[in-house]
Design a protein around this ligand. Structure first.
Ligand code: HEC
Ligand code: HEC
Ligand code: HEC
Ligand code: HEC
Ligand code: HEC
Length: 196
């Protein structure tokens, strides 16, 4: 009789532990922020005629990465509203007309002590953007940005999987994830290669 009770208590305790580990812990660990406005890659690929990633995310001649486009890049088409969306109204009224850059939150942002070069990975190693960013370049919705309350880093560094079982770099980009790919491809980078 008491054996059954013990099993029941154990199963109940296990269920609570799993619930806390997988559901409650991530909610407590990460706080949520929203992008300043809903920019969709999909609309731009279909309607604006600029589909080439390099139009907005340029790797310059000197190898540095321009990152996210400055607001002047958008002003070429959005100096006045061209559609009916609320997101575009925010862009035009709050950023383009006053000449303020849009304060985008960068999901992939690494801590300041990490040095990462797009030119080395995209041009020299010929990796595609999707390898590390999945299909975000075709986004039809804006992701919520999650901040780790302990480290202050974006959730994309530790990744979204609580078990940390991963098969691709875009599922998380901790030091071990950079190094796994380097190991697979026989790339040797010393500490000071990534921490300049
Ligand atoms: C018209 C300009 C434009 C074009 C073309 C464009 N992007 Fe973007 N991209 C943006 C803007 C603006 C953001 C910031 C808003 C956001 O995060 O959704 C962004 C954000 C991103 C991010 C998120 C980076 C991060 O970690 O926060 C990735 C990845 C990205 N773009 C990849 C691509 C890829 C791949 C392509 C080509 C298939 C592409 N983009 C084409 C304007 C553009
Ligand atoms: C080559 C022209 C062009 C450029 C450059 C451009 N856009 Fe657009 N954008 C469009 C068109 C066309 C639409 C579709 C308007 C509609 O039908 O609502 C659009 C729609 C939008 C919308 C409405 C929501 C959505 O994405 O569907 C937002 C917000 C927006 N653009 C932001 C931006 C930002 C931010 C930049 C600069 C990084 C930018 N655009 C650069 C042409 C452009
Ligand atoms: C090997 C992995 C990898 C590949 C391939 C890659 N990225 Fe990234 N990307 C990153 C990392 C890591 C960061 C964060 C860099 C940092 O914080 O210094 C990043 C940041 C970005 C950002 C935000 C930049 C900023 O600092 O504002 C954009 C936009 C972006 N990548 C677009 C692209 C596009 C477009 C391509 C393809 C041409 C691409 N990435 C290919 C790993 C990669
Ligand atoms: C998907 C695979 C992949 C991922 C993920 C990746 N790298 Fe790399 N990385 C490479 C390859 C391949 C090279 C070799 C480039 C070459 O020389 O052709 C490289 C080279 C480098 C180099 C240059 C070494 C030199 O020759 O000077 C640095 C620095 C570097 N990576 C840092 C990083 C950091 C930091 C991260 C994580 C944020 C990262 N990498 C993630 C594939 C990757
Ligand atoms: C391939 C690139 C790469 C190499 C090589 C590398 N690191 Fe890192 N390291 C990273 C990245 C990316 C992070 C940030 C993400 C994280 O916390 O895992 C990091 C984080 C760290 C941190 C934690 C700091 C923090 O903010 O969490 C320490 C300490 C560190 N590295 C030390 C080292 C030492 C020592 C070596 C040499 C034995 C080394 N790293 C080699 C990419 C690298």
């Amino acid at each position: 009789m008491s054996k059954w009770r013990n099993s029941f208590v154990f199963a109940f305790g296990l269920a609570i532990a799993l619930l806390v580990g997988w559901v409650v812990f991530p909610r407590v660990l990460y706080s949520h922020k929203h992008q300043p406005l809903d920019f969709l890659h999909k609309t731009h690929a279909e309607k604006s005629g600029v589909a080439d990633c390099a139009e907005c995310h340029t790797i310059r001649e000197d190898g540095t990465f321009a990152g996210l486009p400055a607001v002047e890049k958008c002003a070429g088409c959005h100096s006045e509203r061209v559609g009916e969306s609320k997101a575009e109204a925010i862009l035009v009224d709050s950023y383009i007309k006053p000449g303020h850059d849009t304060p985008w939150l960068v999901y992939a942002r690494q801590p300041a002590n990490v040095w990462f070069s797009h030119a080395i990975h995209v041009k020299r190693a010929n990796l595609s953007c999707t390898e590390c960013h999945s299909t975000y370049g075709e986004s039809d919705r804006v992701r919520v940005y999650e901040v780790n309350r302990i480290s202050g880093y974006s959730r994309d560094i530790w990744g979204h999987s609580m078990s940390r079982l991963r098969s691709a770099p875009h599922e998380g980009m901790k030091m071990s994830d950079c190094e796994n790919c380097h190991k697979q491809r026989n790339v040797e980078v010393g500490c000071l290669g990534c921490h300049q």
